[in-house]
Design a protein around this ligand. Sequence first.
Ligand code: NAP
Length: 194
Amino acid sequence: MTKVLILGANGQLARNTTQVFLETTDDYLTLYLRRASRLRNPDPSRVKIVEGDVFDAVALRGVMRGQDAVYANLAGDMARQARAIIDAMHAEGLKRLIFISSMGIYGEVPDETYRSVLDPYRDSAAEIEKSDLDYTILRPGWFTRDKAGVCRITQKGEPFKGQEVLLDSLSDLIARLATTPGLHLRRSIGVSTA
Ligand SMILES: NC(=O)c1ccc[n+]([C@@H]2O[C@H](COP(=O)([O-])OP(=O)(O)OC[C@H]3O[C@@H](n4cnc5c(N)ncnc54)[C@H](OP(=O)(O)O)[C@@H]3O)[C@@H](O)[C@H]2O)c1
């Protein structure tokens, strides 16, 4: 049983992934979010909900204590968020980080230049890549709920393939990353549905 901390737990992808964790693993989840009253606890025997902001260093350290893996599902000032997470993980002796970014941060999507809209994703990935953490950065395509197919992964340095990713297959990958030692360790991977 892995103890997984989900940061930004009210995000669209985080809510979907929480459900997938509960259905496909026996992991214990801590859901960390601002304004926790928005979230109903889906399984009090395995899920704890903690209200907090990633920029609250004391609260973040507290919620990290004893966790095995951190899954960051954030938006906004992501470089500062990444630094806060790295600092708190160092302080609590945690290593495993799964961090949601976006396709396009390395200019790897053929015929697309996303430029400054992706700066927070680019800058946060750079912070994580220079850390000593056991990270996996996920660069998903556009989320969709209605596309059948298999999960397709591209490595950093390869062109991104496709445009969309099935939300459930992305959530399934996140759950496997949290529970499978060594899977895509210290990698930044593009994720789409073929
Ligand atoms: N939608 C797509 O097709 C797509 C494609 C590729 C990548 N992405 C990216 O993938 C990531 C996850 O997607 P999503 O749809 O789950 O995003 P989302 O719904 O926007 O969720 C992001 C979460 O981050 C939380 N957050 C922001 N700052 C925070 C802070 N300081 N402390 C704690 N929580 C904070 C927000 O909390 P509040 O609710 O309190 O504001 C929000 O719930 C996003 O960065 C998104 O841009 C999305």
